[in-house]
Design a protein around this ligand. Structure first.
Ligand SMILES: N[C@@H](CCC(=O)N[C@@H](CS)C(=O)NCC(=O)O)C(=O)O
Length: 207
């Protein structure tokens, strides 16, 4: 049985929950009270020194980094559709998954944290502007890549790259940012047709 340390508004945890649920893997959630600072406690830091969710635990095994967790689950349970083993396809899945983490994630945090979660006196308007400008650069890349394909890596079904990117797009919804262009919008609608994905979304006005 996997234990996933999680928090409802975490876009990084959401992608892991989607995969666990979509594949019917045995897991249980362990809520980390981030609003009360539990992620900074010694007990949690012993599990994840980065004071972040998600962390996947199974016995002595502890994995942080949501995309590492996704890859681990796919490898262990032979989830070929979500993480194809053909090297050229896998390279494209890895490319977009890493792109999501290295290019998109900070823009999403800049926008959503400062528009929604930060106390009003700590909101950083420059960070919001920086995030929006970055998203204006990144969203057209997805739009362009989807020109000849339904899913980002050109597969017949969604992969962990779609899952990672869509988790971030969903998070942007909290700040009122929604996919505006045709293919991106249609792709996001396809993701939302995956029950496990929409079930993993938090209930919140604007989302
Ligand atoms: N690269 C990490 C990022 C995880 C992350 O940023 N988690 C946020 C919640 S979505 C968090 O726990 N933030 C608290 C902190 O950084 O102290 C991953 O993909 O798992």
């Amino acid at each position: 049985m996997y234990v996933l340390y999680t928090f409802p508004f975490s876009q990084h945890a959401r992608r892991v929950i989607t995969l666990l649920e979509a594949e019917g893997l045995p897991w249980t959630a362990r809520h980390v009270a981030m609003d009360k600072g539990e992620h900074l406690s010694d007990a949690y830091l012993a599990i994840n020194p980065n004071h972040q969710v998600p962390t996947l635990v199974e016995g002595d095994l502890k994995i942080h980094e949501s995309t590492a967790i996704l890859r681990f689950l796919c490898n262990r349970h032979a989830l070929e559709n979500w993480y194809p083993s053909a090297p050229t396809v896998r390279a494209e899945v890895d490319q977009w998954t890493d792109w999501c983490q290295s290019r998109m994630a900070q823009a999403v945090i800049d926008i959503v944290f400062n528009s929604v979660f930060a106390p009003p006196d700590l909101r950083d308007e420059d960070a919001i502007a920086r995030g929006k400008s970055r998203m204006a650069e990144l969203a057209p890349m997805i739009e362009k890549r989807l020109a000849d394909r339904a899913w980002i890596a050109g597969t017949a079904t969604p992969t962990i790259a779609d899952l990672a990117i869509a988790s971030n797009i969903a998070q942007l919804g909290l700040a009122g940012w929604r996919p505006a262009t045709g293919r991106l919008k249609d792709w996001y609608a396809r993701m939302c047709a995956i029950e496990a994905f929409t079930n993993a979304l938090p209930e919140m006005e604007g989302a």
